[in-house]
Write a protein that binds this ligand. Sequence first.
Ligand SMILES: CC(C)(COP(=O)(O)OP(=O)(O)OC[C@H]1O[C@@H](n2cnc3c(N)ncnc32)[C@H](O)[C@@H]1OP(=O)(O)O)[C@@H](O)C(=O)NCCC(=O)NCCS
Length: 335
Amino acid sequence: MYNSKITGMGMYVPDNVVTNKDLTSLMDTSHEWIIERTGIEERRHIKKGDGNTTATMGVKAAKIAIERADIDKNDIDLILFATLSPDYYFPGSGVIVQQHLEIPTCPAMDIRNQCSGFIYALATADQFIKTGMYKNILIIGSENHSGGLDMTTRGRGVSVIFGDGAGAVVLSRSEDPNKGILSTHLHSEGQFAEELALIGPSTNRWVPEILEANDPTDISYYPNMNGQLVFKNAVVRFSEVIMEGLQQNKMTPEQIDMLIPHQANLRISQFIQRKFGLNDDQVYNNIMRYGNTTAGSIPIAMTEAWEEGKIKSGNLVVLAAFGSGFTWGSALIQF
Ligand SMILES: CC(C)(COP(=O)(O)OP(=O)(O)OC[C@H]1O[C@@H](n2cnc3c(N)ncnc32)[C@H](O)[C@@H]1OP(=O)(O)O)[C@@H](O)C(=O)NCCC(=O)NCCS
């Protein structure tokens, strides 16, 4: 069995900053409400015509990760692309990345596990590397939320939370048994599938059917979220899945050098921090600046933490996520 380690990381967010104050001109909300409930101060939104899509943001992040991994793009054996907002209904965004990177052939696969998507992709890549099937895997988490949010007072409970952006890592084969991904832990609970979801258009509600109904009250093409149910489940599942990872590796919370929670909501991250008795310098948050970028949030945060010198060789880094599905997961990484 081989080991797998992160050899390069990159991130990209659009230039266009949307502050809480900017949102008040579109909907009945306030900086104070958003800050108090979510901790978000601003987020990035793609601007029409700026050339950004879910895949192209992923490409920008990927190019940085590939350069830092010091490999040739043609050494990539597999592309894994995590998103809930793919460029097209089909094909997946992984092949669009392949097209832009001009990698002639290699497998490319989309992972559809929303806020947990990056951890699901990392776990998948880890298996391919540990078994010896692949040497270098490009993993991208990217979201273009802004174009599909209800930016009116009707949609304010959801739309103030989400932002656009992408992160990427290269996961590579390593023969050092003491470094790399120690373990990954994945869970889902489908009974809550519709509690944080975008129901239509879909194969349950094809576009012609929606158009024919011509129902002005039909807002099924916007995401809906049972915010309080999500919050309650998130704090429980985050805690469980972090503990599961620590226990499997016979470790304790004090050994965590850096916890990078999916940036769902600053209040959720602060709850987890208190629960595990972690200091401010043991938890990385950037939701204040980017909002919730779903599959992009962990690789964006991990890249920033690394760039700021907050992840160093020898550190134990714990990643954890919870989101739509419901799905949740964690990964323990020895850098
Ligand atoms: C979304 C969330 C911030 C809403 O906070 P909340 O305290 O549950 O608020 P509620 O939905 O109960 O709404 C409370 C009031 O604020 C209002 N409100 C909702 N969004 C608002 C906004 N952006 N600005 C101002 N008021 C808002 C509601 O209309 C409601 O008004 P009412 O009491 O007059 O009916 C909170 O539920 C949450 O953080 N949930 C988890 C979300 C999450 O992490 N999602 C990502 C999953 S990965």
